[in-house]
Design a binder for this molecule. Structure first.
Ligand code: NAP
Ligand code: GDD
Length: 343
């Protein structure tokens, strides 16, 4: 019997890589998708098999983290061995515009799902997508012992989710863990997060379709890794003997300015000729520096990030150029990692 997993946020960046990984490992994968008037499954279309086909191992279910009753019914029906809660309003800047919605999805959504596990009476392991945004104003390096100081409605909502996950572990003996993940990116990254915004613009400028790129704070320091590697860490957390919380990070600092330079340099352009400032991209409160210490994940889970920010920038720029130039293919990151390292 293959294991069954349930993923909220399966249509997002991480959800798509995680679904891929679990299917490769032989899991039956169930994903929660939101009903939308347009298709919102482009990141997982390549994985989808018609459920009438007996070989189908991926199944999608309509639902929403705001709908607790639906979550109870679904979990009772699916009876998964593992639940990955990746669904969220995940954009920090947007969380200042929509604080209530962010609290409802990114915060309360987690307790709805935990309650659904409890009320449906299933035995399952639970992964919560916690975030380095929890550290907020606390200076780096940050590890599992570092105090939290969130700086946005998104960070505050994730803080609630972190603690409620820990509480269900302690109160009900649930195998529930927090993966405290530092920023991780890929060609599937949402287009308004800074790395993807930069690499798409570099591609468009390179092929002559764009002149300028408008940006906010270039001094922020982030610890940017490659998303495909991070989902392996999520899975490992749920295979451990005991439930615990782990940081996943590269440990390598990179400013937004560095990432601009790396991306523009790669295609032979000078970033300073194209980047302009626009204060609409500033946040009312900023997180200045996130640099993770992933020692615990390395020692206890054997997990390590291998892709450096310069490789990440190249990989994303190439994918965006390819997408612009010829691709009917929506996500063109199937090129092997090794070939990027040679560049
Ligand atoms: P993402 O690309 O923005 O994906 C978010 C997913 O959540 C999408 O599938 C989205 O569905 C779904 N979603 C949003 N609101 C929902 C709701 N009310 N009910 C059900 N599903 C909902 O995010 P990501 O980068 O993959 O990140 C995955 C998770 O890890 C998120 O919780 C994020 O906050 C957290 N995280 C991310 C990072 C990072 O650097 N990427 C770091 C730390 C933590 P639609 O496709 O329909 O919008
Ligand atoms: N998005 C964006 N757009 N960010 C910009 C821009 C811009 O034009 N200009 C500068 N920045 C700066 C932001 O102010 C921030 O300091 C940094 O670039 C990174 O911004 P994002 O890529 O939007 O990511 P984030 O760090 O705020 O949040 C991401 O990482 C978290 C983990 O630390 C998201 O994926 C969160 O969901 C995740 O939890």
């Amino acid at each position: 019997m293959s294991k069954r997993a349930f993923i909220t946020g399966i249509t997002g960046q991480d959800g798509s890589y995680l679904a891929e990984l679990l299917l490769k490992k032989g899991y039956e994968v169930h994903g929660l998708i939101r009903r939308a008037s347009t298709f919102n499954t482009s990141r997982i279309d390549h994985l989808y098999v018609d459920p009438h086909d007996p070989s189908a191992k991926i199944f999608l279910h309509y639902g929403d983290l705001s709908d607790g009753a639906r979550l109870v019914t679904l979990l009772a029906e699916i009876d998964p061995d593992e639940v990955y809660n990746l669904g969220a309003q995940s954009h920090v800047r947007v969380s200042f515009d929509e604080p209530e919605h962010t609290a409802d999805t990114t915060g309360t959504g987690t307790v709805r799902l935990l309650e659904a596990v409890r009320l449906s009476g299933i035995e399952t392991r639970f992964y919560q997508a916690s975030s380095s945004e929890l550290y907020g104003a606390t200076p780096p390096p940050q590890n599992e012992e570092t105090p939290f100081y969130p700086r946005s409605p998104y960070g505050a909502a994730k803080l609630y989710s972190y603690w409620i996950t820990k509480n269900y572990r302690e109160a009900y003996g649930m195998f529930a863990v927090n993966g405290i993940l530092f920023n991780h990116e890929s060609p599937r990254r949402g287009e308004t997060f800074v790395t993807r915004k930069i690499t798409r613009a570099v591609a468009a400028i390179k092929v002559g379709r764009q002149e300028n790129l408008y940006m906010g704070n270039l001094d922020a320091i982030r610890d940017w890794g490659y998303a495909a590697e991070y989902v392996e860490g999520m899975w490992r957390m749920l295979q451990a003997d005991e439930p615990d919380d782990y940081v996943l990070a590269t440990g390598l600092p990179c400013t937004v300015r560095d990432f601009l330079r790396l991306s523009f340099d790669y295609v032979g352009l000078n970033w300073e000729n194209h980047v302009r400032f626009d204060d609409r991209y500033l946040r009312p409160t900023e997180v200045d520096a996130l640099i993770g210490d992933p020692t615990k994940a390395r020692e206890k889970l054997g997990w390590k990030a291998t892709v450096r920010p310069d490789e990440l920038a190249r990989l994303m720029v190439d994918a965006d150029i390819e997408m612009l130039e010829h691709s009917g293919r929506p996500w063109s990151d199937e090129v092997s990692l090794e070939s990027w390292r040679e560049n």
